[in-house]
Design a binder for this molecule. Structure first.
Ligand SMILES: Cc1cc2nc3c(=O)[nH]c(=O)nc-3n(C[C@H](O)[C@H](O)[C@H](O)COP(=O)(O)OP(=O)(O)OC[C@H]3O[C@@H](n4cnc5c(N)ncnc54)[C@H](O)[C@@H]3O)c2cc1C
Length: 250
């Protein structure tokens, strides 16, 4: 029986910043936010802060976002370990070329016990969920049957590890798009902002939208001056979106 698994987004790494001791400057933030400010000030050696509007880290970064000096955001990065997403969601996620990925291998890890992710558009409706789970169970049964048949057919081939990989890579063709995958994703602040801008919009796939909003929540906790301009609101259908007047991509 297929088990449903919830989305989990864990931040596992983020930029640390060590200010150079020979620069006459300090700020009221740390980590990536401080690094972005440092990089901006290093362009002009503007270590003193005559303008009160940009004297704080938050004020300075707001100005950077407003004037579009966005390459500064590429200096700081964040890594998430994301579990409880479907293969179809991951397929859309990995289209973002400035993020880096390490994804669970279906060729090395057997999927016989893999969980499935119920699409948000199905979750909560008992009849739709019953249909969904029946289909997932049927595909999982076909996978197990095909895997056993492939392993038997390859029994005389050399190398047990290679045989298992060959059997799994063929049998996985019948697994559903809803099969859970797990992925480590690293990106710089600019890449995460772009991802949120296009995937937290109402036009994006619901599961990926939910993921991007979860990432946004973690990013706002870490770096409110970089991500806090995104506002999370609810649409009439009860789903969430995030938009920002400073993000023009969406
Ligand atoms: C609502 C929605 C529907 C979609 N539907 C489909 C679909 O039906 N079929 C489909 O195939 N895809 C679809 N996509 C995926 C979409 O085409 C992009 O592949 C995906 O959103 C990645 O975004 P991106 O290309 O803007 O940016 P990223 O890869 O995240 O890159 C960020 C930005 O960097 C720049 N950039 C990156 N690489 C290059 C490059 N080689 N040359 C120039 N500039 C570059 C661009 O400005 C780009 O916007 C959809 C996306 C959305 C949001």
């Amino acid at each position: 029986m297929s088990e449903l698994v919830p989305l989990k987004v864990q931040m596992v790494a983020a930029t640390e910043f060590t200010p150079p001791p020979d620069v006459p400057w300090s700020t009221d933030a740390d980590g990536g936010e401080a690094l972005v400010e440092f990089a901006g000030r290093a362009c002009y050696e503007s270590w003193d802060k005559p303008n009160p509007r940009t004297a704080t880290n938050a004020g300075y970064l707001r100005h950077i976002l407003e004037v579009g000096h966005l390459s500064l955001l590429e200096h700081a990065s964040v890594t998430f370990y994301i579990t409880g997403i479907s293969r179809s969601c991951a397929h859309e996620l990995i289209r973002h070329r400035h993020l880096s990925f390490s994804q669970l291998s279906q060729r090395y890890v057997p999927e016989a016990d893999a969980d499935v992710v119920v699409p948000p558009g199905i979750a909560g409706d008992p009849e739709l969920q019953r249909l969904f789970l029946a289909a997932a169970d049927a595909s999982r049964a076909s996978y197990a049957e095909l895997l056993a048949a492939l392993e038997a057919r390859l029994a005389d081939s050399p190398g047990a590890a290679l045989r298992r990989k060959q059997a799994r890579q063929a049998a996985r063709a019948v697994l559903p798009n809803a099969t859970e995958t797990r992925v480590v994703v690293t990106g710089n602040f600019l890449a995460w902002r772009h991802f949120v801008a296009v995937r937290a919009s109402e036009h994006a796939d619901l599961e990926l939208r939910r993921l991007s909003i979860e990432c946004l929540r973690r990013l706002v906790e870490l770096a409110p001056a970089i991500f806090g301009d995104f506002e999370i609101t609810r649409l009439a259908d009860g789903t969430e979106v995030a938009t920002s007047p400073l993000a023009t991509e969406a």
